[in-house]
Write a protein that binds this ligand. Structure first.
Ligand SMILES: Cc1cc2nc3c(=O)[nH]c(=O)nc-3n(C[C@H](O)[C@H](O)[C@H](O)COP(=O)(O)OP(=O)(O)OC[C@H]3O[C@@H](n4cnc5c(N)ncnc54)[C@H](O)[C@@H]3O)c2cc1C
Length: 662
């Protein structure tokens, strides 16, 4: 087996992985990236609506800053996130947007003067300030106080990925494409790299590195219908799980996006509603204001998805051969706006539905969309259990999203997280040496080789494609938007049965090189383990928080469940993961748990909440008249690499004319 040595290995060439690679290479470290596909085809390219950063350039963004972004993110997470990480993130997001502009992202810009927009289904005229002319624009998104989502029409992921990949190319960072990582090499304490299989030749290769960053994206495709690309199968999470040492965090936290088209599940961006689109039922009635009078269609995603499902359960869905759905109406935005700012949505409607969204309503239904859970890391992005193993982006549970991520906070996480974690990865590379026993490398290579031999030469009878479909259906039927104990237990039992069956997979195509059946046979047992972490985590969590909504436990229970689920798989023969919990410490929170602003306020209160609030009030009273940075630092200090600490500048901080318009 060929062995390739490098300082920094990054598995995944989406936005998060590439941004880490750039940070490492900037420090002079030898850096190498692996990817299933060419970097520019990574799933990040599919992101449409934009990324959040509190620039505060537009009239509707006036008064925005890191504090507001932080509070929106914590409330969005239903208090499930790591608040220090949310702070690191909110502080660096404006820096990342500006850096991307510097790397060539053609952000939509503010034009001074009047412009007509749709707010709450009515035409409104906004007047942009002279001083804002030419600065980066932002649109409205769900669950946010300010218009904060920076965008390039509805192709934001595409332009970001092209700019970041071009930057990586300009720095001579090699991407080994069509290489699938299938084992993490480790000695129980330290990670040494991966064994990967070439999808073209079938060759196994060992990549040995001082640090290894898993940036393989989400696990949406364990569900039957998902907005995710078909390569988002959770293999990165499975590799970490199979170490038996590293943990996954909050795997049950799975987001369903309100507006994917029916039946195929392709996304229409939240930007449609952010720009003024509304939801209608089978009678053409706009129902969201009845459920959420304040935020209406722009409530948090988990809330809108639940309200839509509730409304369809009342028989208000439009009938279709593919089951009931609701309508997304963007006709009120006008053709010019759609053809300028929602071009991808228009093409998706034309190509996949045969309709013109400037004239016709779009059939939509909530659909699996985002993985809040992932490889558990510290704030540095490193696994708490395996030194040298890092994770970033959707693959990770860095934990700025908790139990629900806000729209626009994920693209932002890839580039902001990549920027921050990349610096810690580079530190690690500078401070450590390669220390690996080649016998250990061979040992991991042999295990994988035997697995492949057994699939090709063995007499297994199970069909991997059938097992995968069965898994996806179980996840859709029993681990969806609304969950309950009976169905979750059924999911766990049935998934465990499938896991047993997956040990007897046999394949008909015996080729060792390019062979999709072999690829599937290697992935399906791993995907089943990931699916089991989701189902078991959801079954055990007897409360409702963010996207995890239990019909049998409808209250958020801070008293018993203000914690993070950790899943590991120490016994490779086990049929379920081991679950443990990591408490979130209320006494260290900047924003103690409170009312999120949706529905009835019925959370079961944590015993420390009041105490912490009193402590914060006392700190603030003692500080007296100091600026917001000093207040924040006194309540909850957070760490950041030196270069990222400087304050962000905003027009609204300096121009009183802007202040007047806030
Ligand atoms: C349709 C859609 C629209 C979205 N729109 C927005 C939006 O407007 N705003 C927003 O904030 N978020 C949005 N998101 C979410 C956001 O796009 C993703 O969360 C983000 O891009 C994930 O980036 P990533 O770098 O973590 O992973 P990805 O971009 O998924 O990259 C994963 C990489 O890992 C590689 N890989 C995977 N497995 C392996 C393996 N075993 N070995 C080697 N390589 C591997 C792949 O080849 C790929 O290069 C959207 C998501 C979808 C589905």
């Amino acid at each position: 087996m060929k062995i390739i040595y490098t300082d920094t290995l990054v598995v995944g060439a989406g936005l998060a992985g590439l941004r880490v690679a750039i940070a490492s290479k900037e420090r002079g470290l030898d850096t190498l990236v692996l990817s299933l596909i060419p970097a520019k085809r990574s799933h990040s390219a599919a992101a449409q609506g934009g990324m959040q950063a509190s620039l505060g350039n537009t009239v509707k963004g006036m008064g925005d800053d890191e504090d507001v972004h932080f509070q929106d993110t914590v409330k969005g997470s239903d208090w499930g996130c790591d608040q220090q990480v949310a702070r690191m993130f909110a502080h660096c997001a404006p820096k990342a947007v500006r850096e991307l502009a510097n790397w060539g992202v053609p952000w939509s810009r503010v034009t001074k003067g009047d412009r007509e927009v749709i707010v709450n289904a009515e035409k409104v005229t906004l007047t942009e300030a002279e001083q804002a002319h030419g600065l980066i624009n932002a649109r409205d998104f769900g669950g946010t106080k300010k218009w904060r989502t920076c965008y390039t029409a509805d192709g934001t992921g595409h332009s970001l990925l092209y700019a970041v990949d071009n930057k990586a190319i300009s720095m001579d960072i090699p991407v080994h494409e069509r290489m699938e990582a299938l084992k993490i090499i480790h000695d129980g304490k330290r990670c040494h790299g991966v064994i990967a299989r070439c999808l073209i030749t079938g060759e196994l290769r060992a990549y040995i590195a001082k640090s290894t960053t898993i940036a393989t994206g989400g696990y949406g495709r364990i569900y039957e219908v998902s907005t995710n690309a078909i390569i988002c199968e959770g293999i990165g999470q499975a590799l970490a799980l199979e170490t038996g040492v590293a943990t996954l965090g909050n795997m049950e936290a799975v987001q369903f996006h309100p507006t994917a088209i029916v039946p195929v599940g392709i996304l229409t961006t939240e930007g449609c509603r952010g720009d003024g689109g509304i939801l209608r039922d089978k009678d053409g009635y706009r129902f969201m204001p009845d459920y959420e009078p304040e935020k209406k269609e722009l409530a948090s995603r988990d809330v809108v998805s639940r309200r839509m499902t509730e409304h369809m359960r009342k028989g208000k869905g439009a009938d279709s051969p593919y089951g009931p759905h609701l309508w997304l109406d963007i006709t009120l935005l006008g053709r010019k706006h759609i053809e300028t700012n929602l071009r991808e949505v228009k093409e998706i409607c034309e190509n996949f539905l045969g309709i013109d969204p400037a004239k016709d309503w779009i059939p939509v239904r909530p659909t699996q969309h985002y993985s809040m859970g992932g490889i558990r890391t510290k704030h540095t992005g490193e696994s708490p259990q395996l030194s040298g193993l890092f994770s970033v982006g959707e693959a990770a549970c860095w934990d700025m999203h908790g139990f629900n991520r806000l729209g626009g906070n994920s693209l932002a996480e890839t580039v902001v997280g990549g920027m921050i974690v990349g610096k810690y990865v580079a530190d690690y590379g500078e401070q450590h040496h390669l220390e690996v026993d080649t016998a250990l490398i061979e040992q991991f290579g042999t295990v994988l080789q035997k697995e492949i031999d057994r699939l090709i030469d063995g007499d297994g009878t199970e069909n991997p494609f059938e097992l995968k479909l069965a898994m996806q259906k179980i996840m859709m039927d029993y681990v969806g938007i609304f969950r309950n104990g009976n169905e979750l237990q059924k999911a766990v039992d049935e998934l465990s049965d499938l896991l047993v069956r997956s040990r007897n997979i046999g394949i008909k195509t015996k080729k060792r090189h390019a062979n999709p059946e072999l690829v599937e046979a290697l992935r399906v047992p791993r995907m089943l383990k990931v699916a089991l972490t989701v189902a078991c985590g959801a079954n055990a969590r007897t409360e409702s928080r963010g996207a995890h909504s239990r019909e049998d436990y409808p209250q958020r229970n801070d008293k018993d469940w203000l914690n993070r689920t950790l899943s590991s798989w120490p016994d490779s023969n086990a049929l379920v993961p081991e679950l443990t919990y990591e408490a979130l410490d209320v006494m260290k929170m900047e924003l103690p748990p409170g009312y999120r602003g949706y529905g009835v306020d019925n959370a079961i209160v944590h015993p420390d909440t009041q105490k912490r609030q009193q402590q914060i009030d006392a700190i603030l009273a003692e500080l007296g008249d100091v600026d917001r940075y000093a207040k924040q630092a006194a309540i909850m200090p957070f760490e950041l690499p030196e270069a990222l600490r400087p304050k962000n500048e905003r027009l609204s901080d300096t121009l009183s004319a802007f202040g007047d318009k806030a």
